[in-house]
Structures are given as C-alpha cells and as structure tokens.
Design a protein. Sequence first.
Length: 225
Amino acid sequence: MLVLSLALTGCGGKKKNKKHKSGSGSSNSRTIGGATGGSAGKGAGSLSGAEDAKAILPPLDTMPAALRTVSTKPYSAAKKPSVCKDPSGKCKGAVANGQVGYRTSDKAESASYDLIVYKNGTAAERAFHAWKSYAENNHRELKVLDGPPQGNASITYGYTNPAMKTSQRIVILQGKFVATLDIRDNSGQANTRKDLEVLAEVYATRMLQVTQDETPTATAANVKV
C-alpha cells in the first residue's frame, strides 16, 4: 500500500529555451518528490518519438523502494505497437511506443507502464477516445471507476472478473502521448486505487514535462510502500 502523505512540489525539470505548447492545466503541473531520473538533457523539441518514450517511462530509481524488481525490461522503439487491441484503433497514427514493468520482490504488487507516441495531438486524441469508448461500453469485462483526472484527459477502470478485482488501469492523454498504467495489489481494491493514483500522477507529470520541453524529473522514489 502506498502512503499518500508525500509533499508536492513544483516541477523541477530543466527548462529549454525553445517553447512548446503545454498541456491543459491540471495537478500534473506539479512534480512528486525530488528530481531524479529522466532523459539525457534533451527537450521534446529535439527528441524522436522513441527517445520521448524512453525519457517519459519512469526509470528504476524513480519507483518506490519496494517496487524495484524489474518485471518487464525497459523498451522503446520508433515503430507502431505490434499488438493492436483494446481497442484496435490505438495504432492509427502511432510513431513509437515503449514499455516497462516493476513489481515487489514477493510478486504481490506490480506496476506496468505502456506509452504510445503519436504523430501529433490530433492522432493521440483520436486514439484516447477509442480507449474511452472501449472502456465505457465493454460492460461485460470492465467497470469505469472514479479517479482524479490526469493529463489532458484520462479514464480509470477495473475488471468485472473476480480474479482481476485487485487490478486497475488508467489511460492518460497528454499532448501527443497516450499512456496506460496497470496496477495490481493483492492487498485489496482500496490499496490498488491508492497505488494507481499516486503513480499515475508521476507518470502524467513526466509526460507534461516532456511536452513543455523539460527533462522529466517526477519521481515516486520517496513514497513508502
């Protein structure tokens, strides 16, 4: 279970001189914890889609101490996602994607990150709405949940299958990025929700920082599990 008593501070990313259109105003203009991890110092204006994905995906040292067993090795590539499902429209206009996954040493809790970079914000928004429609209309498998808004738009949902009751997902739209974060916490649904909320805010903040041509610094390293 993540303890949500952490302090919120202003974004600490290094600002580049070149200006870019920022995302919508939200809680994600804040950075969680101190500055750590991130890209090698290039801003969004000079990064390729694959490099954007690599910069945004949270590095090991930005994760809570207990979630530092790598379950999916960090991956980013300038190509379309190879699996186009949930929903099928998510691949249209995609130029790069990346994944990384972490878990506790006892495998009781896990956090899986997936990021798709699109050719522009319009393509990303179209893909997000495909996700949103899928979540809202797939009543046999999914249940939309209330959750703090993240990025330009977001949707959180759980699963109707009893075997998946401790797993939840959030899909976040930020600029030309659509990100998904899957959390599983075997200690219960309430703990899963708290974990998802704090890690989603870190994830959304890292996307916003790249959108604003900053080096991503948002971290959950100081969060207690």
